[in-house]
Design a protein around this ligand. Structure first.
Ligand SMILES: Nc1ncnc2c1ncn2[C@@H]1O[C@H](COP(=O)(O)OP(=O)(O)OP(=O)(O)O)[C@@H](O)[C@H]1O
Ligand SMILES: [Mg+2]
Length: 372
């Protein structure tokens, strides 16, 4: 499975830069002896033959007005968009804020002629299914392009099968072809630990890892690699692959969502799709979330997305069965009955909670329920 997601992921609209903000370059208000020296704070990678050369370094006593800096404003806008589009995920947003601040400060250091080497932007995203790792990787590509750190910012999302071949000589061309597609953007490797199979000596995963490492080093200015997966397995993977661990500059943990956050995520998704939960339907949906969270294969925000897809099906079936005249409000309203039509409710009724066993008696195993 390989999905090039050109800067967008389902459920999200990538904010477009406003006119005149297509590039990250911008003048910064300068005070002190350096006043009057026009300079660009942010510059896209790669020289532009039409542009004047870099401005001379500012004198040591010059000061810069952060609030007037175009790149600082751009970062603030990007972070505000992130806050609006991603519910919860406070630690993730904090890390993105830190990365944005670092990139900004590096650019400002460059204006004084201070060394400002490009920081390592390879990352590792860990968290349970459906916590937003792929969606944030797409956003990260967009963000780094806006800030001038990536040429294109596209997301190429792959798993082991896209990188590793089954026969001698197949792995290198496969991995290189994926890397070629990802150049200028973000390569997201989902469940990256499957690349490494210590139990199988003839496994070609190691070959793929070696090539990835070479590219991560040699093309660090033109490629951001994000490894994604579940934390404990990723830790084991890094222990066995110290070369990979040392090239990852940012480890970001995606926490599970609370019921309140899942409710907000569902409402955000419904708003985007122009549906509304009637008040009784909201209560029912909250109840639904509580039940669904304790069932097998619960996948955080993705389970909300799936629940909404099925909710729309039940609404459509109800409206078509009712026949007669139909208006706009009928088409947007989701009722409590639509929500309660979910198997999550009936499965719960069918399997009443098991009473606790008397002391000393082992608990009876609970049968696994199917995905609702
Ligand atoms: N914080 C959030 N706020 C709103 N919607 C979110 C958030 N996180 C994820 N989503 C939505 O949930 C769905 C699943 O997210 P995503 O695919 O990014 O999860 P993931 O962590 O990559 O899952 P997996 O580990 O299974 O690959 C997407 O539709 C995404 O838009
Ligand atoms: Mg994912």
């Amino acid at each position: 499975m390989s999905t090039p997601a050109g800067g967008s992921a389902r459920g999200f609209t990538m904010p477009r830069p406003a006119a005149g903000q297509e590039t990250s370059a911008g003048a910064t208000a300068v005070t002190g002896a350096g006043r009057g020296q026009a300079g660009t704070v942010g510059q896209r990678t790669g020289p532009d033959p039409g542009e004047p050369g870099p401005a001379p370094p500012l004198p040591a006593d010059a000061t810069l007005q952060l609030a007037a800096d175009e790149q600082a404003r751009l970062i603030a806008r990007i972070l505000a968009d992130l806050d609006r589009d991603f519910i919860g995920l406070a630690p993730v947003k904090d890390r993105v804020r830190e990365i944005g601040a670092l990139l900004l400060i590096d650019r400002l250091r460059g204006r004084y002629g201070l060394s400002s080497s490009r920081p390592s932007l390879h990352m590792c995203f860990t968290g349970s299914p459906g916590t937003g790792k792929t969606t944030l990787a797409a956003r990260m590509g967009w963000l780094l392009r806006e800030l001038g750190y990536l040429r294109k910012g596209q997301l190429v999302s792959v798993t082991r099968d896209d990188l590793v071949g089954q026969y001698v000589g197949h792995t290198a061309p496969k991995t290189k072809e994926v890397l070629k597609r990802a150049m200028g953007g973000v390569l997201l490797i989902d469940e990256a630990y499957y690349l490494y199979r210590p139990d199988n000596e003839r496994d070609y995963g190691q070959e793929s890892i070696e090539i990835l490492l070479q590219f991560m080093e040699a093309h660090r200015d033109d490629l951001v690699v994000i490894l994604a997966g579940y934390r404990p397995r990723m830790d084991v993977f890094f222990q066995s692959n110290p070369g990979m661990a040392s090239r990852i500059g940012h480890h970001i943990d995606f926490p599970d969502f609370s019921i309140d956050e899942l409710m907000q995520i569902a409402e955000l998704m419904l708003e985007r799709e122009e549906y509304e939960l009637a008040p009784a339907a909201r209560d029912a949906f909250r109840e639904y979330i509580g039940l669904r969270m304790s069932q097998p294969r619960f996948a955080n925000a993705r389970s909300m997305r799936n629940a909404i897809d099925r909710l729309r099906l039940r609404q459509a079936r109800r409206l078509v069965a009712a026949g007669g005249r139909i208006g706009r409000a009928d088409l947007t309203a989701l009722t409590a009955a639509d929500v309660r039509g979910s198997r999550v409710f009936s499965d719960t009724l069918a399997t009443p909670p098991v009473p606790p066993p008397p002391p000393g008696v082992p608990p009876v195993p609970v049968p696994q329920t199917a995905v609702p």
